[in-house]
Design a binder for this molecule. Structure first.
Ligand code: 5AD
Ligand code: SF4
Length: 471
């Protein structure tokens, strides 16, 4: 058994990262069996689940329609806020009931960021003994060996490393979409924002080699993909750990040169956002004019306590630079309210900045103390009631601006990548504009998978309606 250790996870060692290839398992122990994977959290987890699916299918498992008819269920978890925990433990309870009644042979596994937390693994070992295996984010590629060991020995398995693993290339992947693909460019994060658990659960920053990324994009383009989203916790720091003179702006240029139709990237940290990066985004047609630029707070005092390394003025300068250089750009953000020590005045400074920036949209969160992070040890001065009140007031302002941004698109003709049938109305299709706005489109199903012109006919807070315009 290898349990996680949060103190070890905090250490940043100097040893070099090994770049290795995935070791395929020939044993088809999943033959005639079905799998179900439930994913919580961010896009990194979504993409990790595509790898989990790929590895399971490589040993014979087939996708189950629901967890009720699966032989193996894996929960790929998120640790960013406490409410993510509650959902996972709730679902584990449902799976226990299935094991106790209809399917005692069901294998239940837990992985992802929660698996990297000591408290979670201790709780599972003491109270959730029906969980058959646990593996962490650093040894995802070893998942099949962990499952096989469970099947062969019938002993519960816990395999969680508290130091970052190798960068493993070539992990089999079953992608959810055939038009738009996630591409990892970097794992981990070294920023240590004081509220954030990610540097502990995902380890130190490790960039993938540029040629592996570019080749993956070329391969996706050949397979017919129209869009790639480059993924990392802090993509603007790409390359710092392995190259002296190659960074995100170089990578964006090289990926742009592949000729793939659309390139996106998440998540940006304002600290590492250079002028060259803004210029590359502005000058390349296939780099989408959409940037997610987390602000977190508009108060310099709170930004400092958060260890964000920029002031509200520096943020605003970068924001205005992007707006002025990148034509028709959209910028969205993340904001936390109720950070320890946040006063009404600090919160009002956040509202002020939101009023200046007029974001296209925002993910807003109430501060949630996370195990072992510095902010969890600070005096918790903001009551839950006050957090909810601030969240509510913030959301009202955010919604006003996202509505306004959407209204500006009324009657305009925009390019959309059509990704499938509309969830609201199966006679319609849906897609995303270049700046990442969801459009429900009055148009034939034959345009799914294509980039087409759409005239916007109605706007709402979170989506748009439009009509397909034939070329
Ligand atoms: N509490 C609340 N929100 C958090 N985030 C990260 N950690 C916490 C926390 N402890 C938010 C940040 C980040 C987004 C992914 O989640 O805004 O940008
Ligand atoms: Fe967390 Fe992002 Fe800060 Fe890294 S940069 S510590 S992932 S909030």
């Amino acid at each position: 058994m290898q349990k996680p250790n949060m103190l070890e996870a905090k250490k940043r060692n100097q040893h070099e990262i090994n770049y290795t290839s995935y070791k395929e398992l020939k044993d088809k122990f999943g033959k005639n069996k079905k799998y179900f994977v439930r994913t919580y959290g961010c896009q990194m987890n979504e993409h990790d689940s595509e790898k989990i699916n790929g590895m399971l299918e490589s040993v014979g498992y087939k996708k189950a329609e629901s967890y009720e008819d699966a032989d193996i269920v894996i929960l790929n978890t998120c640790a960013i806020r406490e409410n993510a925990h509650d959902k996972v433990f709730g679902f584990l309870g449902v799976l226990k009931h299935i094991k106790d009644t209809t399917n005692p042979d069901l294998l239940v596994g837990l992985c992802g960021c929660m698996a990297q937390e000591e408290v979670v693994v201790n709780e599972i070992l003491s109270k959730y003994k029906y969980v058959d295996f646990v593996f962490g984010t650093h040894n995802l590629d070893n998942m099949l060996n962990v499952i096989k060991e469970k099947i062969d020995t019938n002993k519960n398995q816990v395999e969680v490393l508290s130091y970052e693993g190798d960068v493993v290339e070539g992990v089999p992947t079953v992608r959810d979409s055939i038009y738009s693909a996630w591409v990892d460019i970097q794992y981990g994060c070294d920023k240590f924002c004081t509220y954030c658990i990610v540097p502990y659960t995902r380890g130190k920053q490790r960039s993938r080699k540029k040629e592996d990324i570019v080749n993956e994009v070329k391969d996706l383009k050949e397979k017919g993909y129209k869009e790639v989203t480059l993924l990392g916790q802090n993509v603007n720091a790409y390359g710092k750990d392995i190259y002296d003179d190659y960074n995100l702006s170089n990578l964006l240029s090289d990926v742009s040169d592949t000729g793939i139709d659309r390139i996106r990237f998440v998540t940006s940290h304002p600290w590492d956002f250079t002028d060259e990066m803004v210029d590359v985004i502005a000058s390349r047609d296939n780099i989408m004019p959409y940037i997610h630029l987390p602000l977190q707070s508009g108060s310099d005092r709170i930004l400092k306590l958060m260890n964000r390394r920029y002031t509200s003025e520096e943020y605003l300068k970068l924001y205005n630079q992007i707006r002025s250089k990148v034509k028709d750009s959209s910028i969205t953000t993340d904001i936390i309210v109720g950070f320890p020590g946040e006063t009404e005045e600090d919160f009002e400074q956040t509202l002020d900045l939101v009023n200046k920036c007029k974001f296209d949209g925002a993910f807003t969160f109430a501060f949630s103390p996370r195990e072992n992070t510095p902010a969890a040890r600070m005096e918790q001065t903001v009551s839950e009631e006050e957090k909810m009140d601030r969240l509510h007031r913030l959301n009202e302002v955010i919604n006003k601006y996202s509505n306004e941004a959407n209204k500006k698109l009324m009657d305009k003709t925009v390019k959309c990548l059509v990704i499938g049938e509309s969830e609201k109305d199966n006679t319609k299709v849906c897609g995303y504009t270049e700046n990442m706005k969801l459009v429900n489109i009055d148009g034939p199903h034959s345009i799914i998978g294509k980039i087409v012109n759409v005239k916007i006919t109605d706007t709402k807070s979170f989506s748009l309606d439009g009509k397909y315009i034939e070329e």
